[in-house]
Ligand binder design. Structure first.
Ligand code: NAD
Ligand code: UDP
Length: 341
């Protein structure tokens, strides 16, 4: 089975491509490398002992996409390609809607024109917005996210719902990721942010390796156990395997038409202070930090109810917090400058 993976050179994409190869799927990666390098795919090929087709291109370029669909007989699409920096999305919202929403529409149009109907979408816990109570369950209504990035994910989920009405053959899965962290256990592939990391774990890891002086903890006065925000952190390899599980689910459910959402998380909320402690314990490194003001748009705490994915996809986040920390550190210490190392 041939799977087109948009954004497959990125953080979650590269780990998923590895899992797909290990599960005997043929993979074609389509990526414009705006936030990644092909080095990630070279390393994936080495780890898997198999090759990946790579096409450099933009999802907004329908002609280039059409060419890919004509050249390879694609059976299913996993759609990671997106811009993902929450803060940046408030500064340049039009670029986010252009890339994430218009780009997804282009991809769905080209799929339809080429009679491809199996689609897995990278959604996010952010679609639950501020209105819903934790833990988040798939039966809740989509909320109002606080950023254009989050809104772009809600919009694509709405588009998928509309597709199921207009196209009776559409088979879509929205995977709502919680907070993926960690790296492949080899330390060969991992998260390689450009510039100053926005996310917690890459920042902590860069402090540990000496690239940043200290971590700023955004707020210690939230209504949580220790005052810092709580999130549902899951290992990126568990998340990668969630995509294989979703693809297997589509393959086993021939009759399925429509779109289904699944939360991919552990079901546990972990605070920022606990993450720092867990990282220090797993790595024997001290992480200097200071408490700074809250970051605009952050919610105090959210985590998943992952029962639906556990039951229907037969998927569970199985790797421990300790392993997430150890694997983050193996990647960062082996590759202090990411893929440029
Ligand atoms: P990433 O930036 O590492 O990967 C995204 C990839 O898409 C990059 O390789 C980038 O070059 C590519 N890309 C971006 N725009 C493109 C375009 N127009 N055409 C072709 N390629 C393009 O990000 P990631 O963390 O791997 O995230 C993957 C997906 O998961 C994204 O859709 C993101 O919104 C979603 N997601 C991520 C997280 C997270 O915490 N990392 C959480 C929830 C959802
Ligand atoms: N965070 C922090 N310092 C940082 C980066 C993040 O204290 O340098 C906090 C942030 O406020 C949030 C948690 O860590 O409570 C996770 O943030 P991240 O950006 O990784 O994920 P998201 O906000 O998307 O859940």
């Amino acid at each position: 089975m041939k799977v087109l993976v948009t954004g497959g050179a990125g953080y979650i994409g590269s780990h998923t491509v590895l899992s797909l190869l290990e599960n005997n799927y043929d993979v074609i990666v389509y990526d414009n490398l705006v936030n990644s390098s092909v080095e990630s795919l070279d390393r994936v090929e080495k780890l898997a002992g198999k090759s990946v087709e790579f096409v450099e291109g933009d999802i907004c370029d329908k002609a280039a996409l059409s060419h890919v669909f004509k050249k390879f007989k694609i059976d299913a699409v996993i759609h990671f390609a997106a811009l993902k920096a929450v803060g940046e999305s408030a500064q340049i919202p039009l670029s986010y809607y252009q890339n994430n929403v218009h780009g997804s529409v282009c991809l769905l149009e080209v799929m339809q024109e080429n009679d491809v109907h199996n689609f897995i979408f990278s959604s996010s816990a952010t679609v639950y917005g501020e209105e819903n109570e934790v833990p988040y369950v798939e039966t809740m209504k989509l909320g109002t996210p606080s950023s254009p990035y989050g809104a772009s994910k809600v919009m694509v989920e709405r588009i998928l719902a509309d597709m199921t009405v207009s196209n009776g053959r559409f088979r879509g899965v929205s995977l709502r990721y919680f907070n993926p962290i960690g790296a492949h256990e080899s330390g060969g592939i991992g998260e390689d942010p450009t510039g100053i990391p926005n996310n917690l774990l890459p920042y902590v890891a860069q402090v540990a390796v000496g690239k940043r002086d200290k971590l700023s903890i955004f707020g210690d006065d939230y209504p949580t156990k220790d005052g810092s925000c709580e999130r549902d952190y899951l290992h990126v390899m568990d998340l990668a395997q969630g995509h294989v599980a979703a693809l297997n689910w589509l393959n086993c459910n021939d009759e399925f038409r429509g779109v289904e959402a699944f939360n991919l998380g552990t079901g546990n909320g972990i605070s920022v202070f606990s993450i720092v402690k867990a990282f220090e314990k797993a790595t024997n490194k001290i992480i200097p930090f200071e408490v700074s003001p809250r970051r605009a748009g952050d919610l105090p705490a959210f985590w998943a109810n992952a029962n639906k994915a556990n039951k229907e996809l037969n998927w569970q986040a199985s790797r421990s917090l300790e392993q997430m920390m150890e694997d983050t550190w193996r990647w960062q210490s082996n590759n202090p400058d990411g893929y440029l190392t």
